[in-house]
Ligand binder design. Structure first.
Ligand code: AMP
Length: 418
């Protein structure tokens, strides 16, 4: 497989898929430029080699229609400033042949939002999924998607995908386009390489004991992740809102705590599978409960199997945290996804902060490899200032979850040829 380090971009035009889907305020000002900064190593390497850059991205969900609110023209200045090059802008990403052809080494062209075309996602525009004509329209759109990808490919000599956040999507710019470049002229960018390596470190090359900490609100959104991990981990810590479904399924009284009744059989299956596979499944033993879902709720610590009516479990108790600390500190590989309490409320954030500390400590003191991913756990390590104390913080929530479910990511497969 070609890699970005091996490739010499001198005299070449590179089309690079990045994730510039940055949050903007009501005046179109960027409020968090993390994603732009994330793509800089790749973009700078190409320019430093003497290549020309054609940058493409999506922004928001314009659903196949032009919408000024989602125009990438809003990031031109920020990208120019960070690259130290005046970025040119192509206001129609499908009609940028001339601008691309005119690019000289060291120059940069940013294409307008790819999702102004339904072809990018390959979804029919303006037809409801229930409409009988939808399937035919979808088939037609798949053909158009190939044409769209071919047009984008025609702008450049080589293709780089550095948009991990959309790696789980088979879109024109993330996967289909790769068909129009031979194996020596397509590669992952640095950010993608880092993300893919981080996931391989836990899924393929984990040192043991391997501990997964899965929290968050719903069993339903993480069930596939949990099932895949049961074949890999030594310890599985399940905390946060999703834990209560496991407690109720075992006959516990959970008061008003969050739970999903229809997933109780699945929870019992997970418990049985963990036993069969020799995985140490660690659930909460007690919880800090509140008498309403609010920061100023009254609090009491209660037995997890006996939560009084009118109270709901909202944070991990000291006893649960002590159990989890012992497990985490002995681990050599740690994967953390999802908070163990309602950490957005200051009064119920203690448990999640402690987990962040244990993961950081196991990494720094014991040399464990730790991967933190999924929107809320990333927010948690940032909130507690520990992002640089863990081994890797994944930027792509959905893509990371799908990878941990054991699914092949189309954006990666398209380049690796899997
Ligand atoms: P997820 O997106 O599934 O990772 O869930 C993250 C959300 O789970 C956060 O907004 C937390 O506030 C929420 N959460 C964690 N623990 C609890 C709990 N015990 N009760 C209700 N919500 C929770």
């Amino acid at each position: 497989m070609m890699t970005i380090d091996k490739f010499n971009f001198a005299g070449k035009k590179a089309i690079v898929r990045v994730d510039f889907n940055v949050p903007l305020d009501e005046n179109g000002k960027i409020t968090d430029d993390t994603r732009i900064r994330g793509a800089l190593p790749t973009l700078k390497k190409i320019l430093a080699d003497g290549g020309a850059l054609i940058i493409m991205s999506h922004m928001g969900k314009p659903k196949g229609k032009v919408n000024a609110k989602y125009s990438l023209s809003q990031v031109v200045d920020a990208v120019s400033e960070k690259l130290g090059v005046k970025v040119q802008f192509a206001p129609d990403c499908a009609k940028a042949s001339d601008a691309a052809a005119a690019l000289k080494p060291g120059e940069v062209l940013l294409l307008e939002n790819l999702r102004f075309y339904g072809e990018e996602e390959g979804k029919p525009v303006g037809i409801d999924k229930e409409d009988p004509a939808y399937e035919a329209a979808k088939k037609e759109m798949k053909g158009k998607q190939k044409e769209f990808a071919k047009t984008l490919a025609s702008y450049a000599d080589c293709y780089v995908n550095d948009a991990f956040g959309t790696a789980h999507r088979k879109h024109a710019s993330t996967a289909v386009i790769a068909d129009y470049f031979d194996a020596d002229n397509k590669m992952l960018g640095y950010l993608m390489e880092k993300e893919v390596n981080a996931i391989d470190n836990v899924l393929k090359n984990a040192k043991h004991p391997f501990t997964a900490i899965i929290g968050g609100s719903k069993v339903s959104s993480k069930l596939a992740v949990i099932k895949n991990l049961l074949d890999k981990v030594d310890n599985l810590i399940i905390g946060g809102g999703m834990g209560f479904t496991f407690i109720k399924a075992q006959g516990g009284k959970i008061g008003d705590s969050l739970h999903e009744d229809d997933l109780m059989p699945e929870a019992l299956n997970v418990i049985a599978a963990a036993k069969e596979k020799g995985v140490n499944l660690s659930l909460s033993v007690a919880t800090v409960a509140g008498d309403k879902f609010a920061n100023d709720a009254n609090r009491q610590t209660v037995d997890i199997y006996n939560i009084p009516d009118g109270w709901e479990g909202m944070d991990a108790s000291d006893e649960s945290l002590a159990n989890w600390k012992e497990i985490i500190m002995k681990s050599k590989t740690i994967l953390w996804n999802g908070p163990v309490g309602v950490f957005e409320f200051e009064n119920f954030a203690h448990g999640t902060g402690e987990i962040a500390k244990y993961v950081a400590e196991a990494t720094q003191k014991n040399g464990a490899y730790s991967l933190v991913g999924g929107g809320d756990s990333v927010a948690a390590v940032n909130k507690f200032g520990l992002a640089d104390k863990v081994s890797y913080v994944s930027t792509g929530g959905g893509a990371m979850l799908e990878a941990i479910e054991g699914k092949t990511l189309p954006g990666v497969a398209a380049i690796k040829g899997e």
